[in-house]
Design a protein around this ligand. Structure first.
Ligand SMILES: [Zn+2]
Length: 399
């Protein structure tokens, strides 16, 4: 008899809203429920899935954080004094990115998006290493857990393969491998939904494709073994975009100087600010404290959401857009996306999912719970009994 095989599949942006009303391997994945996500993007949510901790515990939140002393873009500082068109063009930006990546030695996801070159020396990148390997985070992740418990695993992700390649390769690996775990990270659905979330037929075709691919993985594993378990989970959902808003234009009208008075970071759903004097702070608070497009989040709420950082590295002021309002143009680009994530976790379309081939403890309802679920499945920690589960709020949903 062969050893059991657990197949863990992280499908980026597979939201509860997408699967709640349709089958998705329902004959195999019998337990189907939503998971509340964190405030932030995949750069914060996936480390939360992999470590079972919140961003202010594992340290990964947005892709950029302020750290002028350690910035891998320090050497670009003189470029900020050149005329804008010389620096802010696709060719020089590509050179800056390429050189910064080489000089920094970072091996994680490396992009400068549309962050102005003149601002880059203020920032460092959060993801310095490949987070799908042991040692990828500054705290233990599930991959450290595999290694420490002597669990053999194989992991396939965008670093080496496309989704099509992973889904072509995985059935064979599921049949042949002697590993205890097959971990697949599929990132293509996220990209599709950013452009097409408003198109129900296209979305259904995508989901059918992933469903069929995962069914082949499951069936290949089952032909070789009796004990196969599959857990499909996601990091966040996708909120349809209804409006775009150029928040930077409002801020620029305040007559404050970037660098001398404040520093902005405009992400797709939030604006982050560092402020260097009272005048700048007062003007920003006046504008953002009563703005129809979103909310200036207060410290208590940011602490509750697990994204308050005592050292200000991610922000001093955080303005969050209302769900469905895209901050555009932003430092993430000027594309008017059809869908976006990174709104408040209470927004229903932000919910992630957990689909499992075995019944799951009733208390699992947040992406940070997946880490212990995997460790329970592998016997690294004992399975939680119903008695301990009942003390936690249950949000199980019938499929
Ligand atoms: Zn995305």
């Amino acid at each position: 008899m062969r050893e059991p095989l657990s197949i863990y599949v992280l499908v980026d942006a597979l939201g509860w809203e997408l699967v709640r009303g349709r089958p998705f391997l329902d004959d195999v994945l019998i337990d189907k429920r939503w998971l509340v996500t964190i405030l932030g993007y995949s750069s914060g949510a996936i480390p939360s899935l992999l470590s079972g901790r919140y961003p202010n515990q594992h340290g990964h939140w947005n892709l950029f954080y302020r750290s002028p002393g350690a910035s891998p873009f320090r050497w670009t500082r003189p470029l900020g004094r050149l005329p804008r068109p010389l620096v802010e063009n696709p060719v020089s930006r590509r050179v800056v990115k390429h050189l910064a990546r080489r000089l920094s030695g970072y091996t994680g996801y490396f992009s400068i998006y549309d962050y102005p070159v003149a601002h880059l020396p203020q920032f460092d990148l959060t993801e310095k290493r490949d987070i799908y390997q042991p040692g990828g985070l500054d705290c233990p992740s599930i991959f450290d857990g595999f290694r420490d418990a002597g669990v053999r695993w194989e992991c396939y992700n965008y670093h080496s393969h496309t989704d099509a390649e992973i889904l072509a390769l995985a059935p064979r690996r599921a049949a042949e491998t002697d590993a205890r775990v097959l971990f697949l990270y599929l990132s293509g659905l996220d990209n599709y939904l950013h452009f097409h979330v408003h198109e129900p037929h296209g979305v259904a075709a995508q989901l059918n494709w992933y469903e069929a691919g995962l069914r082949r993985v499951w069936e290949a594993a089952r032909r070789e073994r009796d004990d196969v378990r599959m857990f499909v989970f996601s990091d966040h959902g996708m909120t349809p975009v209804r409006w775009t808003y150029d928040l930077g234009r409002d801020v620029e009208s305040l007559d404050l100087r970037i660098g001398a008075d404040y520093l902005p970071a405009y992400d797709s759903t939030m604006a982050r600010f560092w402020v260097w004097n009272d005048r700048a702070r007062r003007r920003l608070l006046d504008l953002l404290g009563d703005h129809p497009c979103g909310t200036l989040l207060e410290r208590a709420e940011l602490q509750r959401l697990g994204v308050w950082f005592d050292d200000d590295r991610y922000y001093q002021l955080l303005f969050l857009m209302r769900p469905g309002v895209l901050l555009c143009p932003s430092h993430m680009g000027s594309i008017r996306f059809a869908g976006m994530h990174g709104y408040h976790p209470s927004e229903p379309t932000a919910d992630a999912v957990l689909l499992a081939s075995t019944p799951v403890d009733r208390a699992v309802d947040h992406i940070t719970h997946v880490h212990d679920l995997i460790r329970e499945d592998l016997g690294i920690i004992p399975k939680r009994t119903d008695a301990t589960a009942e003390r936690l709020p249950a949000r199980e949903v019938a499929a």
